[in-house]
Write a protein that binds this ligand. Structure first.
Ligand code: NOJ
Ligand code: CA
Length: 691
């Protein structure tokens, strides 16, 4: 429910109309003081200012009175029309205030508070044709979102955006953790993070996490509710100044966005926090997405899963047909038996469908999404899974053959639905689409949205690999569950120099994971074994650059409602540590980030949804670390047992990654746990009520 505006709207409108009248009469004054409007967060700490200066529209941002963003330009360049940028004057301002709490069907937290003050500033060109648009700011205690709204008007109907002029003029040469956005590569989001001062950035992806040099403020720039627009990257200052520019991914013909008024852009979001540990869980973007359009969400259920998957990545199985074909009926049944016996919810089967033979990226338009290879009986496997109470997750790799996929969507989804299959892992391994559009442009944004809507219609949950970054779609479509969109565990399978360094997951938590869940695919126990594939690996290097205990801790640290136990079933046999993967929850009521430093370490505690147990995950980079953790988050007066999976004696990611010490001890809200993490190590703890 919308709360009443804090001030009488009539009075406000009167004041601003008065300002407008004065400014119209005195144009010079208007550009200086008259046309400056402000809106602050409910706690008063964050304040956005919108102003017109020399006919151009700017916004700026302060926290506790200190400038974070200096006046930053707003506007657009258009094809075949003058830019929507110059000769502007203030037309009107309106305000609103909201304080409401809503519940997620699943998530990192059950309840989310949307508490913000809104300011809408409408502007128009003074000269003919007098085109109009508005910027709407919503200022929360945890940051700011703003978007453009372009009303239907005689002088602006169809338009083509060639550049969005939005700037983020940082007041401080903050330290940034970033991945590049301008690498024309298959793995464009799947890079290792770099850290450097903002002033040297070239082109980077969002969410972009920044820390001011005095360490007082953490700033995350991203976007929310990307529906029919191009994805936003940021073009950096490249040594000059500190201003980041919105950078939109193009259509094949170079146009960034095609639109028709009335039109709204995605929200540009600036999350703010005093400490890195306050950045997560991040709900700013969720609050800027519309509520769920799916009435009945009871069929949408988080789960753990195993899959015919790691074998392909280490080279012992193939997606393509032949003697090593992974997706055989017999193999799928073996995985289903394993999932049923261990209580894991689902089984993913990759390479089941015709199209994988030869170069599957070249042949992307040959993928069938209904026809299985002869050695895989889809209907029989689906039945078998159903009888065992296990969900069969269907794999749809498109390789960027979008039209090929869209042509088959209805028949494929209808088939899966008829077989009782309600989860898909999709994939988009490709740089450009076969039509030549950017992987991240408006064409692909429309495609991903189309698939989400179709999947919702057929009652299907989605786990998207090679996605567009998460902009909070899951609030409106809770069947959009998890996605990749970062460098995951698969890089460790390929070995050599390509694996993930020990610090990787401690950066992911404060960057990529702030936009939404990630299908990182943790749980590799086969850390040391020699690889079976072509590219040679230095024999002294482990395949996975973590200890085994850290693999367990990642289940708690890197949130995903679809969480894989990524290793081969045989590698979990006779492994006491596997019990943690069986036990750990995948849906959370509460999340507390207890300790954290970007690139160094993270300690997170989460309470399971609809249950009393807590799970704690601690991970470190290549440094050994100790933590003293008060368990004051536990219910007072209640007795619990902590089941602790710690790095064992001498554990070290490089030289001795496997030792895990499993122990139990009684704990309660007054206990302080002393955690010792090995280099590249971690610790996973289940805290359950004492029996
Ligand atoms: C890349 C995905 O990230 C990976 O999980 C999948 O196995 C391959 N594409 C094949 O679709
Ligand atoms: Ca991938």
């Amino acid at each position: 429910m919308r709360a009443r505006s804090l001030e009488s709207p009539g009075k406000r409108a009167h004041v601003y109309r008065a300002i407008y009248l004065v400014s119209a009469a005195l144009p010079v004054l208007a550009t200086v003081a008259g046309a400056q409007v402000r809106v602050a967060s409910p706690d008063g700490r964050n304040e956005a200012t919108v102003e017109i200066h020399d006919g151009k529209l700017y916004y700026s941002l302060r926290r506790d009175g200190r400038a974070l963003l200096l006046p930053s330009l707003l506007g657009f360049e258009l094809r075949g029309a003058p830019p929507l940028r110059d000769g502007l004057h203030l037309v009107d301002t309106t305000r609103n205030a909201v304080d409401e709490t809503w519940t997620q069907p699943w998530g990192e937290v059950a309840r989310v508070r949307d508490h913000h003050n809104e300011l809408k500033v409408s502007v128009a060109e003074t000269a003919s044709p007098g085109r109009q648009f508005a910027v709407v700011f919503r200022v929360f205690n945890d940051g700011v979102g703003f978007r453009y709204e372009v009303p239907d008007q005689p002088g602006l109907k169809d338009f083509e955006i060639t550049e969005e002029l939005t700037e983020f003029a940082l007041a401080d040469n903050a330290r940034a953790w970033w991945i590049a956005s301008n690498r024309p590569r298959l793995d464009r989001s799947e890079q290792l993070y770099s850290s450097s001062p903002l002033s040297v950035l070239d082109s980077v992806q969002t969410p972009l996490t920044l820390e001011t040099r005095d360490g007082r403020t953490f700033i995350v720039i991203h976007e929310a509710n990307l529906v029919d627009y191009a994805r936003m990257d940021l073009r950096g200052p490249r040594m000059e100044g500190r201003t980041l520019h919105a950078d939109l991914a193009p259509w094949a013909d170079g146009i960034k966005v095609r639109g028709h008024t009335p039109f709204v852009t995605p929200w540009r979001t600036i999350q703010l926090a005093d400490r890195a540990t306050d950045l997560a869980p991040s709900v700013l973007g969720l609050n800027l997405n519309p509520p769920s359009v799916i009435q009945n969400t009871t069929w949408i259920k988080p789960m753990k899963y195993v899959g015919i998957w790691w074998g392909m990545h280490i080279g012992t199985m193939t997606w393509s047909s032949g003697p090593k074909h992974g997706a055989t009926t017999a193999n799928a049944k073996r995985y289903i038996d394993f999932a049923a016996a261990t209580g894991l919810g689902g089984v993913l089967v990759e390479g089941w469908n015709v199209g994988w033979d030869g170069d599957w990226i070249q042949n992307r338009n040959a993928f069938s999404f209904t026809q299985a290879y002869p050695d895989y009986d889809l209907a029989a496997v689906a039945r078998y899974a159903h009888d065992k109470g296990v969900k069969l997750i269907v794999h749809n790799e498109t390789s960027g053959g979008i039209e090929n996929y869209e042509r088959q969507l209805d028949s494929a989804f209808a088939l899966y639905h008829s077989l009782g299959l309600d989860a898909i892992k999709s994939g988009y391994v490709a740089d450009l689409t076969s039509e030549g559009h950017s992987h991240w442009g408006q064409y692909m944004v429309r495609h991903y949205r189309h698939v989400i809507e179709k999947a919702a219609q057929y009652g299907i949950m989605l786990d998207v690999h090679e996605p567009i970054h998460d902009t909070g779609e899951r609030r409106t479509y809770p069947n959009m569950m998890s996605r990749e969109g970062a460098r995951g565990q698969e890089y460790n399978a390929w070995g050599g120099e390509g694996g993930n360094p020990p610090e990787h997951e401690t950066i992911l938590f404060f960057t990529r994971l702030l936009d939404g869940p990630m299908d990182f695919t943790p749980g590799i126990f086969d850390i040391l074994r020699e690889r079976g594939t072509a590219s040679p690996r230095r024999p002294e290097e482990p395949r996975v650059r973590t200890t085994l205990a850290k693999q367990l801790a990642i289940y708690v640290v890197l949130y995903s409602p679809l969480q894989m136990a990524a290793d081969l079933p045989e590698n979990y046999e006779h492994q006491p540590a596997f019990q943690f993967i069986r036990d750990v929850a995948v849906d959370w009521d509460t999340t507390r980030v207890l300790e954290g430093k970007i690139g160094d370490y993270v300690v997170v505690a989460r309470r399971e949804r609809n249950g009393p147990s807590w799970y704690l995950g601690a991970i470190t980079d290549e440094e050994a670390r100790r933590f003293d953790i008060p368990l004051s988050f536990l219910a007072r007066g209640r007795k619990y047992v902590a089941e602790i999976y710690a790095d064992g004696p001498g554990a070290n990611w490089l030289t001795n990654p496997l030792p895990v010490t499993i122990s139990q001890r009684p704990v309660d809200a007054t206990t302080r746990l002393h955690l010792v993490l090995a280099p590249g190590g971690g610790q996973a703890i289940r805290i359950r009520p004492a029996r």
